[in-house]
Design a protein around this ligand. Structure first.
Ligand code: ADP
Ligand code: MG
Length: 337
């Protein structure tokens, strides 16, 4: 007799499809915070507040003063594969918003109790929870409340660390985004206690607020332009190198990324001045033509693929090398970057 599979093929329910997809995007409370804060930035907010309770497992509330979501689009906003950010392949290939996959809200809703309250300028506020739209009150902008993360998927919940550790991850995510958007004010409150309170300011001020003391005291500011490329930010002098690579920030077009080519370009600039396993500190922002960088590599979008990656590598290497070779210290009050 031939061997036959015991079970029939069935189509997954929408709920289960979302829960499977959520596994890629929503790993822990900090992933929820990242997605919601990125949505706030994409909505043009200049003030974003994040409040968490119980490490974000119990509750996460993200409020912004951005453009809001019109009542007739609330249901679409929480639907999977629905986005206002791209509508065709060309837009996908030149995407400049942080989001574009139309998955975050649907994924979060599938693994928590989520409520969206939003108000567009000149309209009333409305909320959506469990597919139901109701009148609400609120300021212009959007407020997203996420309660009881992973209560629907206990297997995932088991992998969470202590509330303190989860809260620390949330803080890291907010600081990472705040570095790239100095013109946006950020407030982060955990269990009623203010943890981060950053007024809208300049990149220089934000770096001064968020980078560790040893790096601040021994940095070079740089801002180098080449055709269609710009690299700016801070790099540490060799004297401020660390034994661990725990202060390395690299952004491409406003997005924090981890990329071997990019970090190698920086590291090479230190080859003659840093020895052994010493690690440089840096916070660098690369601006480049969005057509030349593919961010659609992984659901969390923390990896990129670049066309001309060798040219970009060389550009970074030389820019950082020049900054380190400069003998005069840039006056931080000159607002060079
Ligand atoms: P994506 O960001 O990839 O488009 P999301 O699921 O994160 O997908 O959001 C779906 C849509 O909901 C967005 O495209 C946007 O139109 C709307 N949206 C989500 N969050 C906000 C917000 N804070 N302010 C305004 N609109 C929002
Ligand atoms: Mg999004």
């Amino acid at each position: 007799e031939t061997r036959r599979p015991e079970r029939k093929i069935q189509e997954l329910s929408d709920q289960l499809i979302s829960q499977i997809a959520a596994g890629e995007v929503v790993e822990r409370p900090a992933s929820v915070v990242k997605e919601l804060v990125e949505n706030a930035i994409d909505a043009g907010a200049d003030s974003v507040e994040v409040r968490i309770e119980g490490g974000g497992i119990k509750r996460i509330v993200v409020s912004d003063n951005g453009c809001g979501i019109p009542k007739d689009q609330l249901a679409l906003a929480v639907k999977r594969h629905a986005t206002s950010k791209v509508s065709n392949l060309d837009e996908l290939e030149s995407v400049s918003s942080l989001g574009f996959r139309g998955e975050a809200l649907a994924s979060i809703a599938s693994v928590s109790d989520m409520k969206v309250i939003s108000r567009v300028a000149g309209e009333d506020a409305f909320s959506i929870a469990d597919g139901e739209i109701s009148a609400a009150s609120g300021n212009k902008g959007t407020r997203i409340e996420v309660a009881d993360l992973f209560y629907k998927t206990p297997a995932r919940r088991k992998f969470l660390k202590s509330e303190g550790t989860e809260a620390a991850h949330c803080q890291t995510v907010i600081e990472r985004i705040a570095l790239a958007y100095p013109e946006v004010a950020f407030l982060f409150v955990a269990n009623g206690k203010p943890i981060i309170n950053l007024p809208a300011s300049s990149i220089e001020e934000r770096l001064t607020r968020l980078m560790p003391r040893d790096f601040r005291d021994a940095h070079r500011a740089l801002d180098i332009k080449a055709p269609a490329l710009r690299l700016y930010g801070w790099v540490c002098l060799p004297t401020a190198a660390r034994s661990r690579a725990d202060c390395q920030y690299f952004y491409v077009n406003g997005r924090f990324v981890r990329d071997k080519v990019l970090s190698h370009g920086v590291r090479m600039a230190y080859q003659d001045v840093l020895h052994g396993s010493s690690q440089p500190s840096y916070c660098l922002f690369l601006q480049m033509d969005p057509h030349k960088v593919d961010v659609n590599v992984h659901p969390t979008k923390s990896e990129v693929r670049m066309r001309d990656s060798q040219a970009v590598h060389q550009f970074i290497f030389h820019a950082v090398e020049d900054a380190l070779a400069r003998t005069t210290i840039v006056d931080p009050s000159s607002g060079e970057i």
